[in-house]
Design a protein around this ligand. Structure first.
Ligand code: G16
Length: 519
């Protein structure tokens, strides 16, 4: 087999966003596009020679081809070993765990998360560091600097590699190790949660529905929920991962997980419902007749985490992204631990987790996780909820009502304006930014503006700074409005508007969310 070196013109559009490089699949099919980015990853991180990487993705269209290319490029660049999920499949949290478990030099993960898959849909790639977490901005900037300049890439030419058979083979000088994608991850979950208690809850008739949305978590959820925990067969629906996710959006929210929502809100609903996304890092939690917002889920998980064996020693701190509601901050205050507010992007939690300053993190965008890996983790959140339900014997709606009674309730809502003309969206944000200094003291719909700024973050661990992370307008009564541009869209610009209002008095908490926010 021969190593070939090809010139590449460089690609000016390969700037990673909130979570890696996400583009339309057809963009990735452009000759040399994938290869240029992969070579840039190797070059910008000190070269691949002698190194070990984890490689895998969520199984969407082009995943199989991309894994073949990456493995052959790793070999051509002198890597010592690649650890690949069988069939090229790894959920994002499972990949993060493998990177840490095996002490590798990082990993390349293929996914466009909750975005649809297919030749006319979305694809994505990102590099995760040896700590298992997404590369921080300094590294993604270095990758981009390399990718946009003309250069060359190296690839081993030859036949496709068999990635379906477990075990080790060699490719040139490099070892290719194909591993079962579920085994190590499931073993990690068993160390964190009280599987015996959850098993007896299921044995006692507890009913659950998990919607895998034809995405990567199907095999993980089937193994863990049905086989290891004894949930009834059929608990996991849409369990077969498909390259186009069955034509749907693998996005676990009330809109795209409609079938699950209808069942959970209907008569005879199961006790607990959950869904996960394309690559398994997001989650949605629903009780019988009761939807749990991601911000509330984070707060309830943090409040009760100590019932799970993995968190019995207590939490060191709680971190949330800036647009996530302040519900978790009140739990942190009650527990006497620090609360951190970071920019949007899981990569910003990495330093806090590595430094042992935060244990649990979460985001309004259906992401929750802990220091067990360095990605958010959909099934982890589901299992912690199950552990809490088993330990307290309470229903989801009772846990939520008790939480609001103790801490107050934060009404929260996000509105997305998608495929907006990018220049229009940029101008709107720029105008608003310019107006910020004059806003405090003014009134909006009868509410007085108390503060207005563009969120800037200084990482408390390494002192790195990130400016212009979202416009925040705070009102005198504690309500808040946030506006920011998404960093994960693949078409035009996506503007996100986040609204939040806090109601401490349980007697006044009965309102429906939109009603509570409508003023
Ligand atoms: C990624 C990031 C999250 C972020 C989300 C939405 O998640 O890891 O931190 O909250 O995108 O980002 P944006 O608001 O910029 O679109 P995922 O699940 O898409 O990898």
């Amino acid at each position: 087999m021969q190593t070939a070196t090809h010139p590449t013109p460089g690609f000016a559009d390969q700037k990673p966003g909130t979570s890696g490089l996400r583009k339309k699949t057809r963009v990735f099919l452009t000759p040399m596009y994938l290869e240029t980015f992969v070579q840039a990853i190797f070059d910008a991180t000190g070269g691949a020679a002698g190194r070990t990487y984890v490689v895998g993705g969520d199984g969407r269209y082009f995943n199989d081809r991309a894994v073949q290319v990456i493995v052959r490029m790793a070999a051509a660049n002198g890597a010592a070993r690649v650890i690949v999920g069988q069939g090229g499949i790894l959920s994002t949290p499972a990949a993060s765990h493998l990177i840490r478990l095996r002490g590798t030099d990082g990993g390349i993960i293929l996914s466009a998360s909750h975005n649809p898959g297919g030749i006319d849909e979305d694809f994505g790639i990102k590099f995760n560091m040896p700590n298992g977490g997404p590369a921080p901005e300094a590294v993604t900037e270095a990758i981009f600097a390399r990718a946009k300049a003309p250069g060359e890439y190296r690839i081993l030419e030859g036949q496709d590699i068999d990635l379906n058979t477990l075990g080790e083979t060699t490719l040139g000088q490099m070892v290719v190790e194909v591993v079962d994608p579920v085994t190590d991850y499931a073993a990690l979950m068993e160390t964190l949660f009280d599987f015996a208690a959850i098993r007896s809850m299921f044995a006692g008739g507890f009913r659950m529905r998990f919607d895998a949305m034809h995405a990567v978590t199907g095999p993980y959820a089937t193994e863990i929920l049905e086989r290891r925990l004894g949930a009834a067969p059929g608990t996991v629906i849409n369990k077969l991962p498909l390259p186009d996710f069955g034509g749907g959006h693998p996005d676990p929210n009330p809109t795209w997980a409609r079938v699950l929502m209808d069942e959970m809100m209907g008569p005879g609903a199961p006790d607990f419902g959950a869904a996960s996304d394309g690559d398994g890092d997001r989650n949605m939690i629903v009780g019988a007749g009761c939807y749990v917002s991601p911000s509330d889920s984070l707060a309830v998980l943090a409040e009760h985490a100590a019932v799970a064996p993995g968190y019995a020693g207590g939490l060191k701190g709680i971190a949330r992204s800036m647009p996530t509601s302040g519900a978790a901050d009140r739990v942190a205050a009650a527990l006497g631990i620090p609360a951190f507010e970071t920019p949007t992007g899981w990569k910003f939690f990495g330093n806090l987790l590595d430094a042992g300053r935060a244990t649990i993190c979460g985001e309004e965008s259906f992401g929750t996780g802990s220091d067990h890996v360095r990605e958010k983790d959909g099934l982890w959140a589901v299992l912690l909820w199950l552990n809490i339900l088993a330990a307290t014997g309470k229903s989801v709606s009772t846990l939520l009502a008790d939480h609001w009674a103790r801490f107050g309730r934060t009404y929260y809502s996000r509105h997305d304006y998608e495929a907006v003309d990018k220049s229009v969206a940029d101008a709107l944000v720029a105008d608003l930014r310019a107006a910020l200094p004059g806003l405090p003291g003014q009134s909006l719909s009868g509410m007085t503006i108390a503060s207005a700024d563009d969120f800037a973050y200084t990482d408390p661990v390494d002192g790195s700074t990130s400016a212009q992370q979202g416009i925040r307008i705070g009102f005198a009564d504690g309500s808040r409005l946030v506006l920011r541009l998404s960093g994960t869209g693949t078409e035009g610009a996506t503007l996100r508007l986040y609204l939040e209002r806090y109601e401490p008095d349980p007697a006044r908490q009965a309102a429906e969310v939109q009603q509570a926010l409508a003023r």
